[in-house]
Design a protein around this ligand. Structure first.
Ligand SMILES: CC(C)(COP(=O)(O)OP(=O)(O)OC[C@H]1O[C@@H](n2cnc3c(N)ncnc32)[C@H](O)[C@@H]1OP(=O)(O)O)[C@@H](O)C(=O)NCCC(=O)NCCS
Length: 174
């Protein structure tokens, strides 16, 4: 564990760094869990320059991306917003640079997402994990989340080559 790193809202200048961290962490976490083609589609769909540039700013339903920074480099990314219910927020994106994992950065980003959720008036924060992503499941349990159950996977990138369901974890924001 190192001293907590600065965490700040992302801006347009962070887009390339967000794409880089999310792409590398996704490849590592999903390797062997989904097909190579699925992995490529996930990265192209969610972390392409155009989408990230559009989504870097917050809106009423989307709290925006948050970045953890070390020596002027982005080493962690979180993206949080309202879930289907106005009482629930969801951590849609959470990635820590593989070289910087297990230093408390993910936990700090969760604390920030909880504070954003409280400010938005939601009473619970959810996160979905692909089946088999045991490190992420252990991480969420260690951060005070409980396992809620499975739900159909949301896959606008195309479901072929990936799982049919995701594992959902939840934590009270109080
Ligand atoms: C999951 C992830 C965000 C965790 O971030 P992190 O900065 O490494 O996590 P932290 O250092 O804050 O870990 C907090 C606690 O969670 C648990 N934990 C974290 N990573 C773990 C792992 N690989 N295996 C088991 N437990 C883990 C530990 O209890 C840890 O505390 P400790 O290090 O004192 O034992 C990061 O590993 C990651 O980016 N993974 C790839 C992408 C991913 O799966 N994202 C989440 C689902 S979309």
């Amino acid at each position: 564990m190192i001293a907590p790193l600065p965490i700040r809202p992302a801006t347009a200048v962070d887009v390339a760094a967000i794409a880089d961290v999310c792409g590398r962490a996704t490849r590592l976490a999903y390797a062997g869990l989904v097909s190579d083609d699925y992995l490529a589609r996930v990265i192209a769909h969610w972390y392409g320059h155009e989408r990230l540039t559009r989504e870097v700013d917050a809106s009423p339903e989307w709290f925006g991306f948050t970045v953890a920074v070390r020596d002027d480099h982005v080493v962690g990314v979180a993206g949080t917003g309202l879930a289907d219910s106005a009482a629930t927020s969801e951590l849609f994106t959470l990635y820590v640079d593989p070289a910087c994992q297990r230093h408390g950065i993910g936990r700090s980003l969760i604390e920030h997402a909880l504070a954003q959720s409280v400010a938005a008036g939601t009473t619970s924060l959810q996160a979905a994990v692909l089946p088999g992503n045991q490190p992420a499941a252990r991480f969420y349990l260690a951060c005070g989340f409980s396992y809620l159950g499975e739900r159909p996977i949301y896959a606008p990138h195309g479901a072929a080559g990936g799982p049919a369901t995701a594992l959902v974890f939840t934590r009270s924001t109080g």
